[in-house]
Design a protein around this ligand. Structure first.
Ligand code: UDP
Ligand code: MG
Length: 331
């Protein structure tokens, strides 16, 4: 028998969870008919939700043996959620997917068909359209992929998603990358392996709202660049060299001009401009350096990527203990 773990990070997903659970159980029982060798576990991650998500996990765990969950002590972000899921998954294959049905479970059988015979280590979807997304957002996303792929050796495929069907081998490779600043698109690509991309049209969220603001996405993309490229550091050195070069030429021109035509005017305005320009450049470059330093600082602290507060095991044990206690007191 082969166990497939389906990892689903959730943050305030009470609206969409019942829909998701319906859909995933339907798809997986269909898969079980077609491939009798498969068993499933559903591993939900509660990323510090403020709504009824955790209560729903408990209900699901009560009625369905296959449901497991890990609940965080607070919101750690989707990246931490995925890491916790991979870490706690027991499967021979692990699927990572969103709860909002933007990663349609209907793709799972096809994805499995690719990894099943060992030809691929990972099957993932790639959206070829960004339907339902605002124009500015898509524009920035395109630019991000453009820049990222120019400056980083790690290829980030445009439209690639965190919807993945992976073998245990690949999951273990990803878990080896225990960095604190996690940018999963880069991590998935960095570990290599044979990846099959299945193209599809973007699907809109089934219910609830996205937790990503535009600003949040912007910061996330900078994070990605910093995590998988040191090009900004090289850019700051280049800027330094360039301004030295310009300064050198300016000096020669000024000296020759002074020798030929004599000194004229007080040059106050020019000096001011140059001071502003150069100190701006310097601050900019120190800023870039600082960004990398701050990432290094956080990494050296070696903080945990997530903190677990409750799992289905803890919940069930607690419930059993409470029941035993009440039956004891009834005696
Ligand atoms: N998510 C999470 N922690 C967060 C934000 C989001 O676990 O801090 C989960 C969310 O519940 C969903 C998935 O990550 O299952 C994708 O989130 P969302 O749909 O908001 O993002 P988008 O589809 O817009 O990229
Ligand atoms: Mg979504």
């Amino acid at each position: 028998m082969k166990l497939v773990s389906i990892v689903v990070p959730c943050y305030n997903e009470q609206e969409v969870l019942p829909l998701f659970y319906n859909e995933i159980t339907k798809v997986t029982s269909g898969m079980k008919e077609k491939y009798p060798e498969l068993d499933f576990e559903f591993l939900f991650i509660n990323d510090g939700s403020k709504d009824k998500t955790l209560e729903m996990f408990r209900e699901l765990a009560d009625k369905d043996e296959r449901v497991r969950y890990v609940s965080f002590s607070r919101n750690f972000g989707k990246e931490s959620g995925m890491y916790a899921g991979l870490k706690n998954a027991k499967g021979d294959y692990v699927v990572v997917m969103d709860a909002d049905l933007q990663h349609p479970p209907a793709f799972l059988p096809e994805m499995y068909s690719y990894v099943r015979n060992g030809e691929y280590d990972c099957a993932t979807t790639r959206r070829v359209s960004r339907k339902g997304e605002s124009k500015i957002r898509s524009w920035f996303a395109r630019r991000f992929y453009g820049i990222m792929n120019k400056i980083s050796q790690t290829e980030i495929v445009d439209g690639a998603q965190d919807f993945r069907f992976m073998t245990r081998q690949m999951v273990d490779a990803i878990l080896e990358m225990s960095e604190y600043n996690r940018f999963s698109k880069g991590i998935f690509s960095w570990v290599g392996f044979n990846v099959k991309y299945i193209e599809y049209e973007n699907v809109e969220r089934a219910a609830g709202t996205t937790a990503w603001s535009f600003w949040g996405l912007f910061k996330y993309s900078l994070e990605g660049i910093m995590a998988f490229s040191t090009a900004p550091l090289a850019i700051s050195s280049l800027l330094g060299i360039l301004s030295c070069f310009i300064a050198f030429i300016l000096i020669i021109v000024t000296v020759i001009k002074a020798l030929v035509f004599g000194v004229e005017g007080d040059g106050y305005a020019t000096t001011l401009c140059v001071i502003f320009l150069l100190s701006g450049l310097q601050l900019f470059c120190t800023g870039i350096l600082g960004q990398y330093l701050s990432k290094t600082y956080l990494e050296t602290k070696n903080r945990p990527i997530y903190i677990m507060k409750e799992t289905e095991e803890i919940y069930k044990n607690r419930k059993k203990a409470a029941e035993e206690k009440s039956s004891d007191s009834n005696k």
